[in-house]
Design a binder for this molecule. Structure first.
Ligand code: MRU
Length: 354
């Protein structure tokens, strides 16, 4: 059996004292590999808003560690009232949830942590803040471990979809759904890491992903670091690429998959799906089950995060839009389910929705 790759770096981890969260600051990549320690809720909210830590599954892992850290901090400061601790945790969860509304994994993990805290409180009177904080740290570690395992399962399932002939594989991906976006080896990039570890000849095209360049800065960084052959293209080159080159598959992640399969992912995913259909290229969405949102019937109900106009006006580090022109900056778009060839989760391959 081929050796399976491990996450090549740590994206999020608790501080040694459990009272903070250490993140790899993704806004500094690819220039610098810098860790930042977050100790207050305001610092955690800011790190998520600014995309220092990002990617739907990783936002879930981050949310879990954030609540565990905040509970640990309050316990260290002598919190003695269980009702106050749970109220404070609910308040933390609401504030963190509001930072990025589209990625359902964040809310999913925060809710799971709150439910865990409420259950622990109801079963273990008298209230012991240190013990509750310890239980929350254990739950965050569990969420982190599950995410790691889900990445591997997604990769194994997705690998079975790729053609084995010819032996060389060419794929196109958008944004960053790799190790930087998860607690493991990624979602969309997971089968690519597995294929690479198996020694398959692999060529990856990475969309630059305007306006914040997650494809160029992050996907290219982590794939090149792993020795994978990666070529960055500007987003508007995908059509020309598919028209001129054999592309075996488009693989993307997801921030939320509605009950009918409509899929929200980084802005620019939807046009890629249209192009893939035009060129007969399979279009695969790879995501953990925590990205499925059965409570949202279809894509129209998915909240789309609107980001600041500065990301468009000065996205390349200098003003590129005149003062008197308006901008529009939705962070995600929705790909209708009928344009997706298959969704791959840790549970297996889904080809259509009920
Ligand atoms: O705004 P970002 O960088 O958090 O957006 C990330 C994406 O759109 C990813 O494709 C998605 O979260 C899946 S990551 C496994």
């Amino acid at each position: 059996m081929a050796l399976e790759p491990s996450p090549p770096f740590t994206t999020v981890r608790p501080t040694r004292d459990g009272r903070g969260v250490v993140i790899l600051d993704q806004t500094r990549l690819p220039q610098a590999e810098t860790e930042v320690t977050l100790r207050t809720r305001a610092e955690m909210e800011e790190a998520i808003r600014l995309l220092r830590v990002r990617g739907a599954p990783l936002l879930g892992v981050m949310g879990a560690w954030a609540l565990a850290a905040l509970a640990t901090e309050r316990a260290a400061h002598g919190m003695t009232d269980g009702a106050l601790q749970i109220a404070a945790l609910r308040d933390d969860a609401e504030a963190l949830r509001a930072t990025r509304p589209t990625a359902v994994n964040l809310g999913w993990a925060l809710s799971r942590m709150i439910e865990h805290a409420a259950a622990a409180l109801s079963t273990s009177p008298p209230f012991d803040a240190a013990s509750l904080a310890e239980q929350l740290r254990a739950e965050a570690a569990e969420i982190h471990d599950e995410d790691r395992e889900m990445c591997r399962s997604i990769g194994r399932h997705a690998l079975s979809l790729f053609p084995t002939e010819p032996p060389s594989l060419t794929v196109l991906t958008h944004c960053n759904a790799g190790a930087l976006a998860t607690g493991g080896i990624g979602t969309a990039l997971s089968p690519l890491y597995l294929a690479h570890a198996e020694g398959r000849s692999l060529k990856v095209f990475a969309d630059e992903t305007r306006p914040l360049l997650q494809g160029a800065r992050l996907t290219a960084w982590e794939l090149a670091r792993a020795g994978v052959d990666v070529t960055v293209i500007a987003d508007n080159m995908a059509g020309a690429l598919m028209a001129s080159t054999r592309v075996d598959a488009v693989v993307v992640g997801a921030d939320r998959i509605a009950a009918n399969g409509d899929t929200a992912n980084k802005i620019g995913t939807y046009p890629l799906a249209v192009l893939a259909r035009r060129h007969g290229v399979p279009f695969y969405v790879l995501a953990p089950t925590s990205t499925l949102d059965p409570d949202t019937p279809d894509g129209a109900g998915i909240p789309i995060e609107q980001r600041s106009e500065g990301e468009i006006r000065e996205g390349m580090g200098r003003r590129t839009v005149p003062h008197d022109a308006a901008t529009w900056n939705p962070a995600f778009d929705v790909t209708p389910a009928d344009l997706v060839t298959a969704w791959v989760t840790d549970q297996g391959v889904i080809r259509s929705w009920p």
